[in-house]
Design a protein around this ligand. Structure first.
Ligand code: SAH
Length: 462
C-alpha cells in the first residue's frame, strides 16, 4: 500500500484549488460537499465557479497563484490541466505548507482523492492507486446500488440517539439494537421522514429494553427418530413453551404440531449430504431470536449429541451470552435396533458398540476398519448410504467375512419403516432402492428373521 487512506477533518480549514477549468469544477463539486473554506485562484474561471463565488460558497481570486495563497491550507489542488502551471502550483503550495494533488497526475501528487460513495456521514472511499480506475468505478456503482439512499439520514439520526441507546447493556444487546435499526426499522421508517425515524427509534429501544428484562433461552432438544411417542416429556414441555422452533428437515410434522400454537416455526433444512441452510445461518437465527428474549427450541432429529453439530451451536450461544440446555432424545440407532428386536451390546458377543458416520464434511469418513472387521463387532452407521460401497471395500480389505450380517433400517419409527436383512457381500445392492433416512446396523441380523428360520425348520420337523 503506497497510499494510506485517511479521512481529513476539514471543518474551518482552508483548501486551495488553482485553476478554473473543467478539472477544477469537477474537484470543487466534491469539495463543496465538505465544510472546508475553499479558495479558488484562477485568471480565468468557469461560469459555474463564478456562480458558486456569487453564492458565497467559495472565495474566488481572479489572478495567477502567488506565493502565500496556500498559507494555512491543509491541501491544495493543481487543476490547470497544464503541466507547467501545475508544477508551479506544486512548488508554491508545498512551500506554503499544503499537501498538493495534481489532478490526473498520480506520480507527481502528494496525495490522491479516492472515488467515493456518499451517504454522509457514511462515506466509502475506494482507491486502486491508479492501477484500475475501471474497477474503482465498478465497485463504486455496485456500492451505490447496494447502500440504501436513506443510509445517510439513518446514520445522522442514529448518531444523535447514541447516548439514549446507552441504557442497553454494552455488547450484544446494544449491537443487536443498532443492527435492527439499520437493517429493518430504520429503512422502513425513512420514507416518512425524520420524525418517523425518531419515533421508530424510540419504539425500538422500548422493545429492546423489554426483551432485556426477559432474557432468551435456547433448548437444544432431541426430537427422536420420528414417532411422537418417542419424544421425552422434557421435549414436549419445551415445545409447549416455545416462542420459536428451529427444526431439522428430518423432524416429523406430527412432532411440530406439538409446538405452542403461537410459536414461529422455522425449518433449517439440512439435506442428507451437506447442509442447504448453512450451520452459520442456523446459529445466527438461533442467536437472533434468543437475544430478542424468545424461548427458542432448537429441535434436532434423534439425539442432539449424535452427529448433530451440537457443539458448534453451543459455542455460538455461549458467544452471544445466551443460556441453553440440552434435552436428550432417542437416537436412530436405538430405534433401529429396537425394531429388529436386537440389542446393541450382548454378553459374550460385543462389550462395546460404535456409533459412526459414513460421511463427514470432507467426504467418506475414515474409521477403524481393522477393528470393525473382527467377528462379533457391532456398529450403528449413520449417513452410510452413499459410502456403502466404499465401506464394504475397506472392511473386506481388513479381512471381514463377506457373510457379516448387516441390517438396514429405513425410516426407523417413522411411517414407511422398512427392514432389509443384508450381508457385507451384498450391502450396496441391498441399499439400491432405499430413499428415506436409513441406519446400517453392522454385525446384527434381525432377530425375527433368525427366529422365523428356526420356527420354519421346527415346522418341517413336526
Ligand atoms: N442426531 C441424529 C442423527 C443425525 S445424522 C440421531 O441421533 O438419530 C442423520 C442420519 O441419521 C441419517 O442420515 C440416517 O442415517 C440417520 N437417521 C436419522 N433418523 C433416522 C430414522 N428415523 N431412521 C433411520 N435412520 C435415521
Amino acid at each position: 500500500m503506497n497510499h494510506f487512506p485517511i479521512f481529513l477533518a476539514l471543518e474551518n480549514r482552508r483548501v486551495l484549488v488553482a485553476g478554473g477549468g473543467d478539472a477544477a469544477v469537477a474537484k470543487l463539486r466534491l469539495l463543496l460537499k465538505t465544510t472546508a473554506r475553499i479558495t479558488v485562484v484562477a485568471e480565468d474561471a468557469d461560469p459555474v465557479i463564478e456562480g458558486w463565488a456569487a453564492e458565497g460558497r467559495l472565495t474566488l481570486i481572479r489572478r495567477a497563484q502567488d506565493p502565500g495563497d496556500a498559507l494555512c491550507c491543509v491541501i491544495a489542488y493543481a487543476a490547470h490541466e497544464d503541466a507547467a502551471q501545475d508544477a508551479r502550483t506544486l512548488r508554491l503550495a508545498a512551500a506554503d505548507g499544503a499537501l498538493v494533488n495534481i489532478v490526473d497526475n498520480l506520480e507527481a501528487s502528494q496525495f490522491i482523492t479516492p472515488a467515493i460513495v456518499d451517504r454522509d456521514p457514511v462515506v466509502v472511499a475506494i482507491g486502486t492507486e491508479g492501477a484500475a480506475p475501471v474497477l474503482a468505478r465498478r465497485i463504486k456503482s455496485d456500492l451505490e446500488a447496494r447502500l440504501p439512499s436513506s443510509l445517510g439520514l439513518l446514520a445522522r439520526i442514529g448518531k444523535t440517539f447514541r447516548k439514549a441507546a446507552e441504557v442497553l447493556p454494552m455488547g450484544a444487546a446494544r449491537r443487536n439494537f443498532w443492527s435492527d435499526f439499520y437493517t429493518q426499522t430504520g429503512p422502513r421508517a425513512a420514507p416518512q421522514g425524520d420524525a418517523a425515524v425518531r419515533d421508530a427509534l424510540d419504539d425500538l429501544l422500548a422493545e429492546h429494553l423489554r426483551a432485556e428484562d426477559r432474557p432468551g433461552h435456547v433448548d437444544l432438544v432431541g426430537a427422536g427418530p420420528g414417532d411422537p411417542e418417542l419424544l421425552t416429556l422434557k421435549a414436549r414441555k419445551a415445545l409447549d413453551r416455545a416462542d420459536v422452533v428451529i427444526h431439522d428437515r428430518l423432524v416429523a410434522p406430527e412432532i411440530l404440531e406439538l409446538a405452542r400454537r403461537e410459536a414461529t416455526i422455522i425449518e433449517a433444512g439440512k439435506e442428507g449430504f451437506g447442509p442447504s441452510v448453512t450451520q452459520e445461518e442456523i446459529n445466527a437465527t438461533m442467536v437472533a431470536h434468543g437475544l430478542k428474549g424468545a424461548h427458542v427450541v432448537r429441535l434436532k432429529g434423534g439425539d442432539p449429541t449424535i452427529f448433530g453439530r451440537l457443539d458448534e451451536e453451543i459455542e455460538a450461544l455461549n458467544e452471544a451470552g445466551l443460556s441453553w440446555s440440552v434435552v436428550p432424545g432417542i437416537t436412530a440407532a436405538s430405534a433401529s435396533v429396537a425394531s429388529i428386536g436386537q440389542s446393541l451390546t450382548k454378553r459374550g458377543r460385543n462389550g462395546s458398540v460404535r456409533f459412526l458416520t459414513g460421511h463427514d464434511m470432507k467426504g467418506f469418513a475414515d474409521q477403524e476398519w481393522a477393528a470393525l472387521a473382527k467377528p462379533g463387532e457391532v456398529a450403528a452407521i449413520y449417513m452410510g448410504k452413499k459410502a456403502a460401497r466404499w465401506m464394504q471395500g475397506r472392511l473386506m480389505m481388513h479381512g471381514a467375512a463377506p457373510a457379516t450380517p448387516f441390517t438396514i433400517v429405513e425410516n426407523a419409527a417413522r411411517p414407511g419403516q422398512r427392514t432389509i436383512a443384508a450381508t457385507l457381500a451384498n450391502l450396496p445392492e441391498a441399499l439400491a432402492d432405499v430413499t428415506g433416512p436409513a441406519l446400517l446396523l453392522h454385525g446384527l441380523a434381525p432377530r425375527a428373521a433368525a427366529e422365523a428360520v428356526t420356527s420354519e425348520r421346527l415346522a418341517d420337523v413336526l
